[in-house]
Design a protein around this ligand. Structure first.
Ligand SMILES: NC(=O)c1ccc[n+]([C@@H]2O[C@H](COP(=O)([O-])OP(=O)(O)OC[C@H]3O[C@@H](n4cnc5c(N)ncnc54)[C@H](OP(=O)(O)O)[C@@H]3O)[C@@H](O)[C@H]2O)c1
Length: 249
């Protein structure tokens, strides 16, 4: 039997790789053998990411669709191919239902959902040209599967990502491109700092995770490497919950 999680010879693009989950995912894909390009909105930060990954600096704001297309195209033309896209860039603006304003709603939806779709569209064009199997992995959230307070826009965007994952999986299957999502529970990053530093919220979070702890960046990176690898060749349209059992209740 030959099962491999190696990604040697593959070219991967990770959106939002300057910190948190994106930085960890990019590092894990590189450790698995891939050439990895990681993006940031900030040119200096993009340079730091490129240095860390020994690849190309790509400045990309996923709410700016021309910049998404340019970053995807530049990666594919620099390395002659694109095999793996990880749609990781994301934001959350926690707000109660009566506090949600239109600007916050649009910002969350444009970043988490619209940006991911157009990155997938741009990447899939190169994967089709390449004529080999491609991988699109969307970093969704358990908040796209179950309701979590103060996350109307965030939950809607991540639920949209779960639905989008299924549609893209069906449409792109004919090109041997698999499309899956990873849906983590709370992981300590910049995004969740204020929530997890609030003792009431932290207790609320921990009480809902049967395994008793929040996630680590490695938990999400491992799931992503699996879905990117040939070991997951027959898995598509799936949302892999990495949630310590939150959604198993
Ligand atoms: N942490 C968690 O508990 C958790 C749980 C479930 C799902 N997730 C998801 O995992 C992903 C990463 O979250 P994280 O916790 O690592 O967050 P983070 O530490 O805040 O990092 C967010 C990343 O996204 C990038 N980003 C934000 N807005 C962007 C935009 N408009 N265009 C391009 N890049 C943008 C940032 O890059 P620059 O600022 O450098 O541009 C940064 O690298 C998100 O999609 C999030 O929803 C996180």
């Amino acid at each position: 039997m030959s099962i491999s999680f190696r990604l040697d010879g593959k070219v991967a693009l990770v959106t939002g790789a300057s910190r948190g989950l994106g930085a960890g995912i990019a590092e894990a894909l590189k450790e698995a053998g891939a050439i990895v390009v990681g993006t940031s909105r900030d040119p200096e930060s993009a340079n730091r990411v490129a240095k860390r990954l020994q690849s190309l600096p790509v400045v990309m704001d996923v709410t700016d669709i021309p910049s998404v297309r340019a970053g995807v195209d530049r990666t594919a033309s620099e390395f002659g191919r694109l095999d793996i896209l990880v749609n990781n860039a994301g934001v959350n603006i926690p707000q109660g239902v009566f506090d949600v304003d239109e600007q916050s709603w649009d910002s969350v939806m444009d970043t988490n959902l619209k940006g991911a779709f157009f990155a997938a569209q741009a990447a899939a064009r190169h994967m089709v040209d390449c004529g080999e199997s491609g991988r699109i992995i969307n970093i969704a959230s358990q908040a796209g599967v179950v309701g979590i307070e103060e996350r109307s826009a965030y939950g809607a965007s991540k639920g949209g990502m779960v639905a989008l994952t299924r549609v893209l999986a069906i449409e792109l299957a004919q090109h041997q491109i698999t499309v899956n999502a990873v849906a983590p529970t709370f992981v300590a990053t910049e995004l969740t700092r204020s929530t997890l530093e609030d003792p009431t919220w932290r207790q609320r979070v921990l009480s809902r995770i049967p395994l008793g702890n929040v996630g680590e960046v490695e938990d999400v990176a491992a799931a992503t490497v699996y879905l990117a690898s040939s070991a997951a060749a027959l898995v598509t349209g799936h949302t892999l919950l990495v949630d310590g059992g939150w959604t198993a209740w």
